[in-house]
Design a protein around this ligand. Structure first.
Ligand SMILES: C[S@@+](CC[C@H](N)C(=O)[O-])C[C@H]1O[C@@H](n2cnc3c(N)ncnc32)[C@H](O)[C@@H]1O
Length: 280
């Protein structure tokens, strides 16, 4: 390992300690259980459920129309992705074709748990040469994105209306340039914390699908979540925290549109914390 790498690692550790102090720790620091059960070979048998409701109010006629006509056009099928792409292929072109993009996008980005889709839609509109995959099991959120796709004629979004983890396992290695996890479900009760999405095994899934030089963006307003996530991410040798000063995690970068949960956090008197990690 070079001196530069060692220095960067030391800096990341001290920043992690500073950010953890910054968010005023509330937890005792005990390690969390993995968020999945495993067979002997380390393959996940069952992911613990990391999301809440799948459905809210009864769908209106328009919502049903969107689910029946727009979703099939843009839906992502993890099994189809797995059978169309070699697991080790790094080509965006092959994956883009499996996702139904007529012209291969410059890069593919994935937003996990897009909620109401504010960030996903804003990024798709701002970056028309990027292909965006959004994963969200909550139907009301899915419908909001389908509505935007339809009314704003957005061609560069694909939607997985389900748990993202089977897709993460199906995607070819090094196929994504960015992954976003913004304000994940906090699961505040101690007995539920193993359901938190960002755990060491999930971070390893992200490391596999991100290209070297790619970026993982994470935000949270929950102090204890930030603490456990930073431990999981900075503990993974494939990620390096892009950070130079405390304002880097206290301020949302300009090219990072605000989400509904971020607004909710401010209304309820919490702060948002924003993190960028480079896949190395
Ligand atoms: C607290 S909400 C935040 C929504 C949005 N990112 C925002 O900031 O407004 C977290 C979202 O993550 C979704 N989610 C949780 N586990 C997930 C998983 N395994 N795959 C995909 N989405 C998931 C939930 O359904 C929920 O909508």
């Amino acid at each position: 390992m070079t001196i530069g790498n060692l220095e960067r690692q030391a800096a990341a550790k001290s920043f992690a300690a500073a950010a953890i102090r910054d968010v005023a720790l509330t937890s005792d620091g005990k390690d969390r259980a993995p968020a999945a059960t495993f067979d002997g070979a380390g393959e996940a048998l069952r992911d613990l459920r990391s999301f809440g409701r799948r459905r809210g109010r009864k769908a209106t006629d328009r919502q049903r129309m969107l689910l029946e006509t727009v979703l099939p056009r843009v839906a992502v099928d993890p099994e189809a992705v797995a059978s169309a792409c070699a697991p080790s292929a790094a080509g965006v072109r092959e994956l883009a074709a499996a996702l139904g993009f007529e012209v291969a996008p410059r890069e593919l980005w994935l937003e996990i748990g897009f909620g109401g889709g504010e960030h996903l839609v804003a990024q798709a509109l701002a970056c028309s040469d990027i292909g965006l995959i959004g994963a969200e099991p909550f139907e009301d959120g899915v419908v909001k994105v389908l509505d935007a796709i339809e009314t704003e004629a957005i061609a560069n979004i694909r939607v997985l209306a389900d748990d993202v983890r089977p897709l993460l396992r199906a995607l070819p290695a090094a196929s994504l340039s960015r992954v976003f996890v913004l304000f994940p479900d906090p699961w505040p009760k101690r007995r539920h914390q193993k359901r938190r999405l960002i755990q060491p095994d999930f971070v390893e899934l992200l490391a596999r699908v991100l290209k070297p030089g790619g970026e993982f963006r994470f935000a949270s307003d929950i102090d204890d979540y930030v603490r456990t996530a930073l431990i999981a991410i900075t503990g993974n040798p494939h990620f390096s925290w892009v950070v130079g000063r405390p304002s880097d995690w206290r301020t949302r970068p300009e090219d990072w549109p605000q989400t509904r949960y971020e607004q909710k956090a401010y209304r309820e008197g919490r702060k948002g914390y924003f993190f960028r990690f480079r896949r190395i």
